[in-house]
Design a binder for this molecule. Structure first.
Ligand code: SAM
Length: 490
């Protein structure tokens, strides 16, 4: 434990949510250890910094590797490791604080293996230690436990050590994790990035998109990267890991740049799609903005229009496309409330009451609807452009192509923030296509098309876009297949 560190104490009746405990399925740990030992057959020692009940380490133990297992909680009688009850972040801090200038931590372990704690919320640990964690992690940030674990393992590792983990995969694309991605590519070779199916932890009541990553400290070890796009389910993942049915990519082809020094990890992105990102993005051409957060919707938003609450408020079209009802009516004096109430915030005031496009903020699919004049909008993304661009842009945003870009490539969490929406590339379209798209979108809006009926419209939109893009039939089919499967689950 760090010298002046706050001790993290857990009750006997500990809370799975706080500890972020989800057991790794055996076929995953078996695969990971097999690969670690293939990359370096001569290692002697390993660290699992969040060992739990030892789910990850059994195969390493069987192979004669000496293992240290750290965990903040003692979950069992540990037979396969030298168990150290400690907070790994404090352990890391202690190692880091003992260094002289420019010295590296370089722990002697040959392997790091982990399923870092997964918490979908900011846990008390981060809230209580924010200041100290901020100074320890600097640019990497203290957004969640797994990103701090990944970063610390990389920092602790000596040249050549293998660092393997299964973790939530939001760090692959989310903006806030760009510094972690940079740490990974600046300091490590990437051997495997395999996306796991969403049902992997369902039996433990966790709905989390995860990935397996196997790294090696030191850029000189970089060879081809083995990748796997997200399989449909757990059984298929098991089969593919057994068959080792992976694609092989260069480092460059898994990096999708979206600005100076900003990039995401993308898996198996066809070159035609990758090229689309060379085009201007939404934020290069239009305004992509968030609006009002009330801090208390039930107080400031009325479900029905009534005296004092007469301005339509839109906050999430969800699975609706083209047309959606407003989500209620905001208090008429919302600008005055903004001045008086601390957590009632009106961002981008000058865009309130203007017509535009309102986009989904949450959910599996992605939809864009017309935002009528004289309305207000919430913290979802809203796009403002000239009148002539509104309708073709709504059609484009509701296409299977954009669903595929948003849901298949850019965003791996349920939240669709304006940061992501701003990154959607805008493909160049002929005036004729724009006219046809505008017609389709404005008619669908007037007809108040339902999500079910919108499928026919989207087919027509796709046809127009595919004619312009001249993609291969395979890509067209993949895009349509991806998008219609998402639609079907809604
Ligand atoms: C996702 S579980 C993984 C358990 C097991 N290693 C596995 O792979 O199935 C995360 C583990 O991290 C532990 N943990 C949570 N916070 C920790 C911390 N600050 N330091 C060390 N371990 C921690 C939890 O007690 C839990 O055992």
């Amino acid at each position: 434990m760090g010298r002046n560190e706050k001790i993290v104490v857990f009750d006997e009746e500990y809370d799975r949510r706080e500890l972020g405990y989800y057991s790794t399925p055996t076929f995953i740990s078996t695969f990971i250890t097999k690969k670690m030992l293939e990359i370096n057959p001569n290692g002697k020692s390993a660290l699992d910094p969040c060992v739990g009940k030892g789910e990850m380490i059994f195969n390493l133990y069987k192979s004669g590797i000496k293992i240290d297992g750290i965990d903040v909680h003692n979950h069992c009688n540990h037979k396969y490791c030298n168990f150290i009850q400690n907070d790994f972040i404090s352990f890391y801090k202690e190692k880091k604080c003992d260094l002289l200038m420019d010295q590296k931590i370089n722990l002697s372990y040959d392997y790091y293996i982990a399923n870092p704690p997964y918490n979908c919320h900011e846990i008390d640990y981060i809230k209580d230690n924010k200041k100290k964690l901020n100074s320890l992690f600097g640019k990497i940030g203290v957004h969640n436990m797994y990103s701090m674990f990944i970063s610390s393992m990389i920092d602790c590792a000596k040249e050549g050590s293998i660092i393997a983990f299964i973790s939530a995969d939001s760090f692959m694309t989310s903006r806030m994790h760009n510094p972690l991605r940079k740490q990974i590519i600046d300091e490590c070779a990437i051997h495997y990035i395999l996306l796991c199916p969403t049902d992997l932890f369902w039996d433990q009541k966790a709905d989390v998109r995860t990935c397996i990553m196997i790294l090696q400290k030191g850029k000189k070890f970089q060879q081809k990267i083995k990748t796997l796009n997200r399989p449909k389910n757990k059984d298929l993942l098991d089969l593919l890991l057994h068959k080792e049915d992976f694609n092989e990519s260069n480092l460059e082809s898994i990096l999708n740049y979206s600005g100076k020094d900003q990039f995401e990890f993308v898996i198996d992105m066809p070159i035609e799609i990758k090229n689309l990102f060379e085009n201007k993005r939404i934020s290069d051409l239009f305004k992509c903005l968030t609006g009002i957060s009330t801090g208390n919707d039930s107080k400031y938003i009325s479900k029905t229009k009534k005296n004092g609450f007469e301005i339509p408020f839109y906050k999430n079209p969800g699975n609706k496309k083209f047309y959606c009802e407003n989500n209620g009516f905001i208090a008429n004096n919302y600008l005055e409330i903004d001045k008086k109430i601390k957590n009632f915030m009106v961002r981008n005031k000058s865009y309130m009451l203007k017509e535009g496009i309102t986009c989904s903020s949450m959910g599996l699919t992605f939809g864009a609807c017309y935002l009528p004049k004289n309305s207000t909008f919430g913290v979802n993304s809203n796009i403002f452009c000239s009148k002539k661009d509104i309708w073709w842009l709504i059609a484009y945003l509701n296409s299977s192509l954009v669903t595929y870009i948003v849901r298949g490539l850019l965003i791996r969490s349920n939240m669709i923030t304006s940061g992501y929406v701003s990154k959607i590339p805008i493909i160049p379209l002929s005036e004729i296509s724009k006219r046809k798209l505008s017609e389709l979108a404005s008619t669908s809006y007037k007809k108040k098309v339902t999500p079910k009926d919108s499928i026919l419209i989207i087919n027509k939109i796709d046809k127009i876009l595919f004619e312009e893009l001249k993609f291969s039939k395979k890509i067209e089919t993949d895009i349509k297949h991806f998008s219609s499967n998402l639609q079907a689950t809604v």
